[in-house]
Design a protein around this ligand. Structure first.
Ligand code: SF4
Length: 434
């Protein structure tokens, strides 16, 4: 587990009452730099506790805007897989939503295990702008130990502890959705950080190991994989490293694995039989980004054999916001100027701040570097625009609707192209929920 000094520890009363969950919590607490007695909370007193301890005060702000980034408070909870409990806790959830983000509000009330991501379906407000795949996303934590300067998931890390209940419900979800072949864990946290002490990711990996034609995708920036090699994963877990050059990983993503540590972890996981892949995401055009990209791609292919690589430039905020969050870092001045000049052009797109020509130049550079080492590996764009796909999709050998990627619901190991249309295939089946 990562070394960290949680300034406070909280546990829901249900964790204390459940022997297996309590042991998990105690193991994590013992591994803290300063083990602390957990403060026990209930659904009734959580709001007053938050008010009194102000434990959300460091949350929801990009960590790069803080003078000092503290280690997060840690909260242990259990999922409540009962519609009655969820209904009863709705008013509490509404109140929590005024204090924190949706992920942490859900996690504090024992909700949020599975989330229908309606990407590009009629109900998706960004469907005309951002290309992704509709599917079920799965969650186990909210908050993170890594301190990426552009991210707001610091301050409080909420982890669930009832992996066995989770697995049972996940099995039901999967049965009701035979078209979804892979399940991403997770995009609100990095679940490797508290392992093996928490002992929840291992059971989930081994559960997938018992399944036919279903895959778990773990998404990480971590080095912490030694505990995984002996698990009975049976080739059913794919690990996707978000990868970046040395300057970005060292300076902007300070508590993650360094570039070489992530690649070394991938090499060891590959030797242990896991499928490994990479996402260059987010690509931040730091000064010297071309050399950083070339060196990293060389190391990736020298040490590992990924089955897919995806690319995604830094996006989802305006240039002024970006400059605030990454004020301490040296960026490519040409691209920063281009983003400043493109405020008007990019104001209505989620892909801001960099204009399309900047992002296209970056993608083509990465693609050419990758092709120096591997002519066959699928390389795709992640959460890019329709317009970008029209502009450079051909160079990648894909269209917006047939590419495989790092965590798509049908990007199973070694698949080179999607076999079915992602937007007609994905069907939400609500009847699995009791
Ligand atoms: S690893 Fe992901 S979730 Fe964790 S701090 Fe970095 S960007 Fe945020």
């Amino acid at each position: 587990m990562y070394e960290f000094d949680a300034p406070a520890v909280y546990a829901h009363e249900s964790v204390i009452a459940d022997a297996r969950c309590r042991v998990r919590m105690e193991k994590v607490i013992s591994a803290l730099t300063h083990p602390r007695e957990p403060k026990v909370f209930t659904d009734e007193n959580i709001l007053s506790l938050i008010g009194q301890d102000k434990f959300f005060s460091g949350c929801n702000r990009a960590m790069g805007t803080l003078e000092q980034i503290p280690d997060p408070v840690i909260v242990f909870n259990k999922f409540k897989f009962s519609d009655i409990a969820r209904e009863q806790l709705k008013p509490l959830k509404e109140k929590l939503l005024k204090i924190t983000d949706a992920q942490r509000a859900l996690a504090l009330t024992g909700d949020g295990a599975f989330d229908w991501a309606c990407y590009n379906l009629p109900e998706d407000p960004d469907r005309n702008d951002k290309v992704c795949r509709p599917c079920w996303r799965i969650h186990f934590q909210a908050g993170c130990l890594h301190k990426c300067h552009y991210c707001g998931f610091g301050g409080v890390l909420i982890t669930m502890t009832n992996a066995e209940d989770y697995i049972l419900q996940l099995g039901r979800l999967m049965q009701a959705h035979p078209w979804q072949e892979t399940f991403l864990l997770e995009d609100d946290a990095d679940v490797l950080c508290l392992e093996p002490e928490l002992d929840c990711t291992g059971p989930i990996i081994e559960f997938f190991g018992t399944l036919k034609d279903r895959y778990l995708i773990l998404h990480t920036k971590s080095w912490n994989t030694d505990w995984m090699y002996g698990l009975k994963h049976n080739g059913k877990t794919i690990i996707v490293w978000s990868i970046a050059g040395p300057a970005q990983s060292r300076d902007i993503e300070p508590k993650t694995g360094l570039t070489e540590q992530r690649i070394e972890a991938a090499r060891k996981c590959q030797d242990a039989g896991y499928t490994v892949r990479y996402k260059f995401k987010p690509i931040i055009p730091v000064e010297g980004w071309r050399e950083e990209a070339s060196g990293t791609i060389e190391q990736v292919f020298k040490k590992t054999k990924p089955d897919v690589i995806s690319l995604c430039c830094f996006m989802w905020m305006g240039i002024d916001d970006l400059k605030k969050k990454l004020a301490k870092h040296r960026m490519d001045p040409v691209f920063i100027k281009a983003a400043e000049d493109a405020r008007e052009e990019t104001k209505n797109t989620t892909s801001k701040p960099f204009p399309e020509w900047v992002r296209a130049e970056i993608y083509e550079y990465y693609l050419n570097e990758i092709r120096k080492y591997n002519r066959e590996i699928p390389v795709s764009l992640s959460t890019e625009t329709w317009s970008m796909w029209s502009r450079i999709g051909k160079k990648f050998g894909f269209t917006a609707t047939n590419y495989v990627c790092g965590c798509g619901p049908n990007s199973i190991p070694n698949r080179k192209i999607l076999l079915a249309h992602p937007y007609t295939q994905a069907k939400r089946n609500g009847s699995w929920i009791k």
